[in-house]
Structure formats: C-alpha cells, structure tokens
Design a protein around this ligand. Structure first.
Ligand code: ADP
Length: 485
C-alpha cells in the first residue's frame, strides 16, 4: 500500500461548487477539468470534497488528508467509531477508475454493503458511502467522467448536480440532487410530459394547471407539508425540486410495525391533521390522502416529523388521478367521490374521510374496507359506511379514538367533522402530553452545540465500540401483527 500523498489540505476552503478541495486560495486556480470525482455530503457535518489528487485518506488521525475533527463531528454518536484512518479513496489512472479501500474497524459501506477491512471496492458513479454503520450515510460519490445524464436540461443542471434515483412514482422518477454552490440536498421529481399525451388537447390545459399549482404550492409553508423549492419546465418535462425527506413513507412504516400503539398513532395523526387543516384554511383540498403520501423525516424512530406530499399534483391531476384510483384501490376515497366517479364537486370534507381511514389503519394495521367472498363489494361497503371495530383487534383501542373515526368516516359529508372540529375532539384535544410532543417536533428549539472533549488517545482500540445497532426507539412498540392490504 502506498503512503498517503501529502496534500495542501490543512484548511480546506469552500469554493466553486461549495465543495472543498486542496486549494487554499479562492479556488479559481483549479481548473474544473482536474477534478476527477466529487464526494457530495449527505450528512451536513461532513464537507463535500472535489477529488483532484491521486489518493485521499479519511479518518480521525491528524495525518489524514481529510481529518474528522470538527466540533459537530466530535459530538456525533459515531465519532468514536471512526478509525484513525477509516478509509481511502484512490484513483487508478492507468485503469481509469477509482476505488475505496476500507481500513476501519467498524466498517465502511458502499450502498449498504460492508466492504471489509483491507478490502477494496470500485466506486461507481452515484455510489453511497456509509461509515461505521450502514445507516450512517455520509457521501455520494460522483464520477465527473461519467456521462452526465443528458436528459437533464442545462437550466436545471447549471444549478443542480443531479444524482441517483431515490424513488419512482406514477408520473416519473424522483432523484437526489445537490445545489451547486451550497451542496444543499433536495429531491427532484421529474414528470415527463409524454406521460400525458393520451390526454390529447387536454394535456396543454393540464400542463398549465400544473405550473400554476406549483406557484401556489411554493407559497405553502408549514412544517408538516412538503416544500416545493423550485420548478423548471422544458418542452419535454417538468422538474419539481422538493424538500428532501429521508424516513420513507408512512405506508412502509405501518407495514414494518404491523400497526402503531395508540400513543404513536395519535402523535403522527395530530401532525397530519394540523397539516391538512393548514391546507383547508388556504382553500386547498388534498384529494389523495393515503399512507403513501405521508412521508416521515426520520428513518429510525417514530418520534418524527411527518410531511404531507403530493397534494398539489393530485389536486390538479384531478380526473386522471381519480381514474387511477378507481383502477386501483378506492380504500381512501370518500363515498361522495365514489358515487360521482370523481366527476362531481366536493368539499374539503373528502380529506377528513381519508384521514379517518388512515387513523383506522394506523391503530390496527388493516383497512376498514376490504374485499372478501362473504362481504358486499368494496364500493358498496364504502358508500354505506360498512366498517366495524371487531373486539378481536380493537379491544386495546380507547373509545374516544373509535368515536373520532366514526365522526370522520361519516357517510354524509354535512355531518362529518371539519378539520378544526377533528382537532377539538377529546381524543386529540385532551392529551396535553401529545400536544406538547407534536409542538416540539414541529417547532424544534435549536440548542447550542454541546462542547465536547475527547481523550488524547487516537488509538482505535479505545474507540472502536460497535455502534452498528440502531438507537432503540422507546416511543413505539409496534404490536407487530397482521397487515391486511
Ligand atoms: P407518486 O406520484 O406515485 O405518489 P412520487 O413521485 O411522489 O410518487 O414519489 C415516488 C417515490 O419517490 C416515493 O415513494 C419516495 O420514495 C420518493 N420521494 C418522493 N418525494 C420525495 C421527497 N421529497 N424526498 C425523498 N423521497 C421522495
């Protein structure tokens, strides 16, 4: 193994793309063509780095080219699990590729796979690097020689570095992107216009609607509602830059837990209600509330902020979306929508119904309506409000919770609660502890960074405790049981 190449990286400077490199001047002296790769941070306590030299070492040791010793890094729970030299990134000029060499005791991971001490792994464009635990995501590697995604138009790529795909929806893909200049991260939803060609002349109107809706949504500002940061349009596609949310969908969380206990359900549900109430106050109806459209900010805990998503588009998509829903499951559709097959005019009470269905599912892990040989067709169940609370599954759930569901899933929209009334219902209003928890997560107070002193030793053995176990979530003990979707 060759020795680390000495570098002039004593005090890295922010430059060009907001990315650090070896220069200590204003950065303009390093031609872009010399940069063979970039490590873009997906963990704000690590700086992004332009890779110019042949070899880089990373770790707590003072001789590393990139030393992990900032105060934020020192207060991170993973700090002591980083080795003196945790990993290296090396460019092989002859074979024209870069690889990562794991030198750590607690592991270096690429796309969630542990490399293994003293082993190499070829770095491919968009590879994600995790340190000491596969959940401690730190960098995305960008190979500057890899063909840029030519489908991304210049107006977008001059502002954003578009990275890997993080999701795929009904209308296109969602990619991770970084703002050039700051490396702030966002999700980029790409909606190809050809998706709408089947609409014929309607497509033009639809397009217009999407744009004006995006403008409205850019004015929406609430902690429980996804933020639209930016929108670009070309002849072929729409690029919607959204706040990045990394904890996945409520749907998957319910499936993983089987169901939530009442306290967790209430904690997440109150946030959904506050977010939807905010929309209703602004005359916006979501129209497509379902657990797939509720995103969670934190991956490892249910003590997390929720973000309602897809409301703008679903509102516009209107018939198309409803048609899609008719083709799929109508599980969350209010009876009045179903009866008119999406063609009538509705009030925002359709959202209250959908939230009632979501609450039902959170509490027991199965939906209120489902097809079975000995029950009426699904649509009839919904139109007549034929749902029950079988004691077998509901005996642990409080009466006020069931009462709230009944008042939200009331077939007559005139008798159904409004969102304000939902929030005033005793199940939500009389739980001060839950209200404070929700207030705290929605409006966190930024505490000053704790000062931290590490012992003088730089010896891995003293520090390489195994931190590979995710923090235990005591807020939720999912009564893992059945999920009947
Ligand atoms: P659909 O339009 O079918 O509801 P989306 O296009 O909204 O689906 O999202 C598809 C997937 O992309 C989601 O399941 C999620 O995994 C991911 N995704 C969407 N928006 C974001 C976001 N803001 N942050 C992170 N991931 C997202």
């Amino acid at each position: 193994m060759s020795e680390p190449v000495p570098m002039s990286l004593s005090v890295p400077t922010q430059k060009c793309d907001g990315i650090e490199d070896g220069s200590a001047d204003d950065g303009d002296s390093i031609p872009e063509s010399n940069v063979w790769g970039r490590l873009l941070t997906i963990n704000k306590i690590f700086p992004s780095i332009n890779l110019i030299e042949k070899e880089y070492s990373f770790g707590r040791g003072k001789t590393c080219s990139v030393v992990f010793n900032s105060s934020e890094q020192q207060t991170s729970k993973y700090f002591l699990a980083y080795s003196s030299t945790h990993f290296k990134i090396i460019r092989d000029d002859i074979k024209n590729y870069a690889y990562i060499l794991d030198l750590s005791s607690n592991g270096t991971y690429v796309n969630g796979e542990k490399i293994g001490k003293n082993k190499k792994h070829i770095l491919e464009n968009n590879a994600e690097i995790e340190l000491a635990s596969k959940t401690n995501r730190v960098y995305v590697y960008i190979d500057t020689n890899a063909n840029e995604d030519s489908s991304i138009p210049a107006i977008v790529s001059e502002k954003y570095i578009v990275s890997k795909q993080i999701g795929r929806g009904a209308y296109g893909e969602v990619k991770l992107c970084f703002v050039r200049g700051t490396c702030d991260r966002f999700a980029m939803k790409i909606i190809a216009k050809k998706t709408f060609t089947h609409m014929g002349p309607q497509a033009l109107v639809f397009n217009q609607q999407i744009k004006s809706e995006c403008t409205i949504l850019q004015g929406v500002n609430h902690p429980c509602i996804i933020r639209i940061h930016d929108v670009y349009e070309t002849d072929d596609a729409l690029y919607i830059i959204l706040e990045l949310v990394e904890g996945g969908e409520l749907f998957d969380r319910i499936v993983a837990h089987g169901q939530f206990d009442e306290a967790t359900s209430k904690f997440l549900f109150r946030q959904m209600c506050i977010g939807v109430q905010y929309l209703h106050e602004r005359s916006i109806t979501h129209r497509d509330l379902k657990p797939e459209n509720i995103l969670l900010t934190l991956p490892d805990t249910n003590e997390t902020l929720i973000k309602i998503t897809d409301f703008g588009l679903s509102r516009l998509i209107n018939e198309t979306s409803l048609m899609k829903t008719f083709c799929g499951t109508p599980n969350y559709l209010a009876p009045e929508v179903l009866v008119n097959r999406g063609e009538g005019s509705y009030t925002n009470k359709i959202d209250v119904w959908s939230l009632g269905v979501i609450l039902y599912i959170c509490l027991v892990g199965y939906p209120p309506f489902s097809e079975s040989p000995d029950s009426p067709p699904l649509t009839e169940q919904i139109l007549k409000g034929l749902y029950t609370f079988p004691a077998e599954f509901w005996s642990d759930v409080s009466e006020p919770a069931k009462d709230l569901i009944r008042q939200m899933m009331c077939v007559d929209p005139n008798k159904r609660l409004t969102m304000s009334a939902v929030l005033e219902h005793p199940w939500l209003a009389n739980d001060q502890e839950n209200t404070s928890r929700v207030d705290k997560i929605m409006h966190p107070i930024q505490l000053p960074t704790r000062s931290y002193k590490r012992s003088a030793t730089d010896d891995d053995s003293a520090m390489d405790e195994d931190v590979d176990t995710p923090a235990t979530d005591t807020s939720t003990i999912g009564r893992a049981k059945r999920v009947k979707y």
